[in-house]
Write a protein that binds this ligand. Structure first.
Ligand SMILES: Nc1ncnc2c1ncn2[C@@H]1O[C@H](COP(=O)(O)OP(=O)(O)OP(=O)(O)O)[C@@H](O)[C@H]1O
Ligand SMILES: [Mg+2]
Length: 327
């Protein structure tokens, strides 16, 4: 259904004013969807990734709404927000921070870089040099950075949303496997249906709607919702099903590096979030199926030519894995 109203830009607080994960999730989906039109499925997966405590990579061609999605998420989440524009001359200290001599204290103070925020948007991540990209690894994996030999924890929650344009290879550095593995999901927006395009243009003639978004959840509620999502019931058979899919990607002859153990953990966490979004407190095999491609495809290293798409390999692994029957 096409919805041309702008009501979402006033902020959709959860109706119970609370932190129940389902209401937090729905509030976020409604808020982001009120700005980013026509991509409800992608918006739900982004929110699922945030509730799973993961980081998000959005890949698409220019002008497709990547930055808009990342900004809408950041504005809906509340907390602190920082933006890093990816360029090849960005140094690790530009993102993590640096130690500055304080003559009064006769000691070095840590000047925190933009990574010290609840939501960090790294726009055009693949324009960042490998050295600085590797500086992001510790932040993404351990929610901490090392500045001048001192380990500094990042705020909780810490969500990194990165964008990249996979078509434009000029002056870019492909993300290494280790970096890709740290993203809970990699999502593509795809072309916008003409009906939605009309709405987008009409809505934004007088200015960007994302600028009018207000937070719908504060950090304390988000942490509570995230912790609650992790208690969503996963039956043994469903857990085995998820693991078998990840193992299936490793067994595929077209794959050099399949899903990692980190990928398996994230697949199950993401399936829990997808279940919560569907209003359940237990995970079904369908939740795992929905999470599989966004969670796994970007992590695979294929051996065959460019004709083989990682998403198809994941889909094949899903279809080869027998679905557990409900008892
Ligand atoms: N699905 C959409 N819903 C709402 N606005 C959209 C959508 N797609 C594109 N836009 C609008 O198109 C413009 C460009 O979007 P945006 O800057 O997010 O693209 P991008 O993918 O980040 O592009 P680039 O790769 O060049 O940085 C913005 O004004 C944005 O609001
Ligand atoms: Mg952009």
């Amino acid at each position: 259904m096409l919805d041309s109203t702008l009501d979402g830009t006033a902020g959709h607080a959860p109706p119970d004013g609370g932190w129940h994960p389902a209401s937090v999730a729905r509030a976020l989906v409604t808020s982001i969807g009120s700005v980013l039109r026509g991509h409800d499925d992608v918006v739900e997966l982004v929110v699922a990734a945030v509730l799973a405590g993961g980081h998000v990579l959005i890949e698409d061609v220019p002008g497709s709404g990547k930055t808009t999605l990342a900004r809408a998420l950041a504005r809906s989440l509340g907390g602190s927000f920082a933006r890093i524009q990816g360029t090849s001359d960005l140094l690790p200290a530009d993102v993590t921070g640096s130690a500055v001599w304080n003559p009064q204290r006769f000691a070095f103070d840590v000047v925190e870089g933009p990574l010290f925020a609840n939501v960090v948007l790294v726009d055009e991540l693949n324009r960042v040099s490998p050295r600085t990209q590797s500086g992001l690894l510790e932040a993404m994996d351990e929610s901490a950075v090392t500045v001048d030999g001192r380990r500094c924890p990042l705020p909780d929650p810490f969500t990194l949303v990165a964008t990249q344009n996979p078509q434009d290879q000029h002056g870019t550095y492909p993300l290494p496997e280790g970096q890709l593995d740290r993203f809970a999901v990699a999502l593509t927006l795809g072309p916008l249906a003409p009906g939605y395009e009309r709405i987008v243009v009409q809505e934004q003639l007088t200015g960007a709607t994302v600028d009018r978004l207000l937070p719908v959840v504060d950090t304390a509620h988000l942490i509570a919702a995230r912790d609650r999502v992790r208690t969503t019931h996963v039956a043994d058979e469903v857990l085995d099903y998820a693991l078998a899919i990840v193992q299936g990607t490793r067994a595929d002859v077209r794959v050099a590096i399949g899903g990692s153990t980190r990928a398996a953990l994230m697949l199950v966490r993401l399936s829990q979030s997808v279940a919560v979004l569907a209003g359940r407190d237990y995970v079904l095999p369908d939740d795992v199926k929905r999470a599989a491609v966004p969670c796994l495809a970007h992590r695979l290293v294929t051996t065959s030519g460019p004709g083989v798409r990682a998403a198809d390999i994941v889909r094949d692994a899903v279809s080869r894995t027998s679905v557990p029957v409900r008892r």
